[in-house]
Design a protein around this ligand. Structure first.
Ligand code: HEM
Length: 182
């Protein structure tokens, strides 16, 4: 994944804990890179190793860390200069979810090796939606919960999110039921 992701993990750890904790995590993950370059690609194994080591060092389950990371990502990317761009892809939570693929497509203009996930958002009526999340990667479903929570805050809405189907449990892909309070 692009270094932007690994840098965000580092920033989250340093912000919520400190740089010594990050150094311990990086050592445990056996990652030699001292400073990730946002626009360089790194093997996915680096990201997974960092998350696994963070789980060991912080004593928190991987899924919990991924969810926290997803929420952090919505703030981090805005702060890293992608805020205006996010504004171009929807004025409401649901519009934004519908445009996620287009948004990642736009990002891949500057990150040509991007391998983004795919989303589709189906309206089930009465403020209920099903979000389908399709990725070539495994295990990142909990991150999407955090992303959705972060986006709900960004759009100042209340959303109930249920991780209904999990690729980790043998489903074809992850699905989320979303209920938006009227
Ligand atoms: C402007 C904000 C955003 C930027 C700059 C961005 C960029 C990226 C980048 C660089 C990756 C790593 C993929 C790779 O390197 O191949 C990624 C992955 C991902 N993005 Fe985004 N993204 C943004 C917002 C979002 C939002 C709002 C969602 C909400 C659902 C999202 C969902 C994901 C997921 C789930 C992945 C994990 C990769 C996978 O599932 O295979 N992203 N994104």
């Amino acid at each position: 994944m692009y270094g932007l992701v690994n840098r965000a993990i580092e920033d989250m750890v340093c912000e919520k804990f400190d740089s010594a904790t990050w150094a311990t995590i990086r050592a445990k993950a056996e990652v030699d890179t001292v400073a990730f370059n946002s626009m360089d690609g790194y093997p996915d194994e680096v990201t997974y190793a960092l998350v696994g080591a963070a789980s060991d060092v912080l004593g928190a389950p991987v899924d919990e860390l991924l969810e926290a990371f997803g929420e952090y990502w919505t703030l981090y990317t805005a702060q890293e200069g992608y805020g205006d761009m996010m504004g171009m892809f929807g004025d409401s939570f649901i519009d934004f979810l519908r445009n996620l693929d287009e948004m990642h497509g736009h990002i891949s203009v500057t990150m040509p090796d991007l391998r983004p996930p795919q989303f589709s958002c189906v309206d089930a009526g009465d403020g209920r939606y099903t979000l389908h999340y399709i990725s070539e990667r495994d295990g990142l479903g909990p991150m999407v919960i955090g992303l959705l929570k972060g986006l709900a805050k960004r759009f100042e809405i209340e959303a109930k999110i249920d991780h209904r189907a999990r690729k980790a449990d043998g489903a074809d892909h992850d699905e989320f039921d979303i209920e938006i309070a009227a």
